[in-house]
Ligand binder design. Sequence first.
Ligand code: NAP
Ligand code: ZN
Length: 364
Amino acid sequence: MPDFMNEALELARQGVGRTSPNPAVGAVVIKGDQVVGRGFHTWAGLKHAEVAALDDAGGNARGATLYVTLEPCSHQGRTAACVDKIIEAGISKIVAAMQDPNPLVSGKGFHRLGEAGIDVVMDGTYAAEAEKLNEPFVHFMKTGLPLVTVKAAVTLDGKIAAPQNNEGWITSEVARAHVQQLRHESDAILTGIGTVLNDDCLLTDRSGRERSRPLLRIVLDSQLRLPLESKLVAGVKDDLLVVGTSAASADRRRTLESRGARVLIADDPRGRTDIQAVLALLAEERYLSLMIEAGSKVNWAFLDSGLADKIFFYYAPKILGGLESLPVAGGTGRRRRADAILFRNVTIHHISDNEFAVEAYVVR
Ligand SMILES: NC(=O)c1ccc[n+]([C@@H]2O[C@H](COP(=O)([O-])OP(=O)(O)OC[C@H]3O[C@@H](n4cnc5c(N)ncnc54)[C@H](OP(=O)(O)O)[C@@H]3O)[C@@H](O)[C@H]2O)c1
Ligand SMILES: [Zn+2]
């Protein structure tokens, strides 16, 4: 028997980066042991994966089995509920890889299908893969906040910058292409003004792939020092958010706004920019994921506050050494070994000869 769920997952993957704030979903319609319909969701295509697969199958859907990577929706959204379409098409059996992660609707789609006499099977074989495929969506549905990943390119001794000259890159071209893929899968990206002043970074998605909406670029910049001639400002396309504090001049704010940047003023109790307020704004606007690509200070701010969910560190076969080169996380650090920030579910990714990346989740 061919592996139909695997095929549905492959279809779902084609939607990654093109569906947010919706999940990436794939579906296949099976008659006998033949695939008679295929579908996946993209924001632009509007149709949910199940409906695309049913339309593709046409009359063949009657009495057929539908494999889908996520529980079909039972509520009216921008499009009609998928369960109604499935019932209408005469599907007799449905196999799903995971339940809807939204606690408010989880299980309701299966229930409605069951009521209509459709045989509903939850196949857990690919549950982990299906969840990973929509990691930001699952996280957002469970917590109401975007998934925050601290990404960095580091030496084997955990340094991100040398004290004097930082021309060139820490990691190889292969690793940097991998980073572009991570950016493509992110809804927003954030850095600190320290990094902008040093690197004049662009922070764009250069994967060349279609996105459902522009990557939102964010700079934490208390005094609104962001230079108008920086690449970030020069390349603004309704995709730049500068976060300052009330210590910044109103004049600077107006100037940045006149150049097309959006400015958020948010002070935390210590007079720094309020990163919690940034996450709240992203959540309100349904940005499901945020990647931090910053220097020592901002990386530490996210790790220390517990607002980072995971890390993705790319390691290059180099050592910088020295007390003056910057560590991946600076700030005050933890004062006792016992207070170290702990990680679980550690995965090592092979990137290129002699390069690897560590993906790991903060222990709550
Ligand atoms: N290898 C890598 O992956 C990588 C990636 C990025 C950067 N870097 C390197 O990192 C170096 C810069 O490090 P950095 O630590 O100076 O830069 P950073 O962490 O990017 O920016 C630090 C600045 O952000 C501002 N800021 C605003 N709100 C903040 C908050 N809530 N918490 C902390 N900071 C806040 C502060 O300036 P204000 O007080 O003016 O707001 C602070 O000085 C550069 O050399 C760059 O090349 C390396
Ligand atoms: Zn649907």
